[in-house]
Design a protein around this ligand. Structure first.
Ligand code: FE2
Length: 341
């Protein structure tokens, strides 16, 4: 019935007395109700209910075969507990005990025979109005849920875009296409997958790894683009990019930002403890151990302002040679499996 006027609501009348049914139908017609159906054999009530899907049921209690209580029990079992389906009980004289029972088994209101037309309509309207409000509320909740889902997806997309642009900004000076950071993200994800990470974790490292060199924003061009070796002072400044990057990404509330921070800080660690922070083996977060392999390999096989590109086979040999020294042997194994696939 949703937003239609109450008179289009579907009414199901269940009463064994044809004269009562005729009377109720007459009242409905009088008030311009257009959709109603009547059942005089209570054994047919459930089928009629399922087929007709009424908005309101007018139910007699004393009937042969199945009483009104039996019918209520049948119907309750096939309606969704979250939906609001009003049942209006029709009865001649009802004990307060029967009234209690009817209320506890799903009835919402009573109509006493002989029927008073004004009262019948008033009670029906009240119940239908409540049902209509309930349906509207449900509809609004669904719309709201949908909106929240859309907004959340938008927010996520915005965050990812911002992070991609940040990564690009960091990489811009020595690789103005940003392809290096993307490839490091891709290779890191493949290695993580080969190491048995879950799909969600794999996606996280794919997005977080490209930010590993974010801190290079703070390293001057004269050092970043310098061909040949760096002086100890220059190297010291170069090394600060891990702390600067981690600082820029620190305090994030989301796993992606937290992983990016971890990677920024630890992607220059060596398995044997000879990296920037001198962490070794398992003390280095696995994310850092993975990204360092992906990063070094990619840096070797592509040209940089300060170096030529290596042939792939030479680069692979170098990675293998560094297994157990610069790199975690398990990460190297996973990497080689990925490259060979
Ligand atoms: Fe780096």
């Amino acid at each position: 019935m949703e937003s239609h006027p109450l008179t289009t609501a579907r009414i199901l009348i269940i009463d064994d007395q044809p004269s009562n049914v005729a009377l109720l139908e007459g009242i409905l017609q009088e008030e311009d109700f257009t959709s109603y159906r009547s059942v005089t054999d209570s054994r047919e009530a459930l089928a009629a209910f399922n087929e007709y899907q009424p908005d309101l049921i007018l139910l007699d209690l004393q009937m042969p075969y199945l009483s009104g209580f039996d019918v209520m029990k049948q119907i309750q079992a096939s309606i969704d507990p979250g939906s609001f389906l009003p049942i209006l009980v029709l009865t001649a004289n009802i004990t307060s005990e029967a009234k209690q029972r009817a209320l506890s088994e799903g009835a919402l209101d009573f109509l006493t025979k002989p029927f008073d037309a004004a009262e019948v309509i008033l009670r029906m309207r009240n119940l239908l109005h409540t049902r209509s409000l309930h349906l509207q509320l449900q509809e609004q909740n669904q719309l709201l849920d949908q909106k929240v889902r859309e907004r959340t997806a938008e927010l996520e997309a915005t965050q990812l875009e911002t992070l991609e642009r940040l990564a690009l900004a960091a990489e811009y000076r020595d690789d103005n296409t940003g392809e290096h950071t993307k490839r490091v993200g891709h290779t890191s994800a493949e290695i993580a997958k080969a190491m048995g990470w879950t799909d969600a974790q794999v996606e996280l490292i794919r997005r977080a790894a490209p930010l590993h060199d974010l801190g290079k924003i703070a390293v001057s061009d004269s050092i970043l683009l310098k061909p040949g070796g760096l002086t100890p002072e220059e190297f010291a400044q170069m090394k600060t990019h891990i702390n600067v990057g981690a600082k820029m990404l620190s305090g994030g509330r989301f796993p992606l930002m937290q992983l990016a921070e971890e990677i920024a800080l630890t992607h220059h660690e060596h398995w044997d403890g000879n990296g920037y922070l001198r962490l070794s083996e398992e003390a280095i977060p696995l994310s850092g151990r993975i990204v360092t392999v992906a990063d070094v390999f990619d840096a070797l096989i592509f040209e940089r302002p300060y170096k030529k590109a290596w042939p792939i086979d030479d680069a692979l040999e170098e990675i293998k040679r560094q297994s157990g020294h610069q790199f975690d042997p398990r990460v190297v194994d996973a990497f080689l499996k990925v490259v060979n696939d």
